[in-house]
Design a protein. Sequence first.
Length: 382
Amino acid sequence: MSKFNTNLVHGIPGNENKTGAVNPPIYNSTTFAYPDTESVIRWDYARSGNPTREFLEKLVAQLENGDRGFAFSSGMAAIHAALSIFSPGDHLIIGDQIYGGTFRLFNQYFKRWNIEFTAVDTRNSAAVKAAIKPNTKAIYFEPFTNPLLHVTSVRKIVEIAQQNDLLVIVDNTFLTPYLQQPLNLGADIVIHSATKYLGGHSDVIAGVVVTKSKELSDKLYFSQNAIGSVLSPEDSNLIRRGIQTLSVRLDRQLLNTQKIVAFLQKRTDIKKINYPGIPGTSEHAIAKDECKNFGAVLSFEVQNIDVVKFVNNLKLFQLAVSLGAVESLAELPAKMSHAELSDTELLACGISPNLVRLAVGIEDADDLIADLDQALKLASNS
Ligand SMILES: *Cc1c(COP(=O)(O)O)cnc(C)c1O
């Protein structure tokens, strides 16, 4: 069997291609002809299945080592479809620092359908166990959280789940299958906002789900086809193309991140850096044990720096939410990605107004560091 990087580039061998084209074709067809009324055909209608989307779905299933993959029109659509396997009366334990859109979908949408949620710090096994109720069906979390980079052990959550007959659902957006394969650690369902690293170029909104068992695959397929928020053939092809360079992009991003962290560590105007690659924390120990690397997102608190002036003066880092693409981005969580939280809520979850989050791209590290350096100088209060 080929190895990971080879699989990224070549995917699943298809027999669709009779032209010699090195890329799988984009089938822009919503419907597929029956040879005659008695025929059983593989494709009939493109919401139910499209060969271009299926190539991507098989590819992500292979990369995450799952039974089956499903591609959706956004990460949120993927999460919606995955959560739709539950029923009124079910209870889920969720990470207390999950993506804001996910929290909103759970608490403002699924709650109305009588699904209950308890948010806990999933790093704390005792808290997770204490939250289990007779109707608990699953634990849903992000192994690396945004923007504070809390790290939860997938193995520990799986252990608790298996003792209590619960499903484990992991949003693996921040790590990608290149850095962690949650199904191999015992999880049941993996979700991605493919908008981020899998796409990798800030030009497609997409989501994927990968299931571990045939039983879960059947449920997810039902959700996908019934709800219908499928990824278009064109966008499926863009995510496929993005995936081909996933590991090369990430290798550069990881190296750049390391260099930026080393630069920040030397400065007196940087108060605290949140990055699991820094030794000496439990986050580091877990990440070292369960992941291939520590990711390319970090956050830090500045001191004696006008934080707004700092980010406004960045030239190469663009001031924008999102992450995972070739270009470096900076944002102020308190004013941007987490703006809907009140000051007390921000404080409660540990997001200081002086916190800056970076999503590191593939540029030259020296240029990125020079940009941070000049903007810090301009924003200095001393
Ligand atoms: C962006 C993101 C999502 C939502 O995905 P969309 O593609 O924006 O719908 C979900 N989870 C995480 C961790 C994300 O970063």
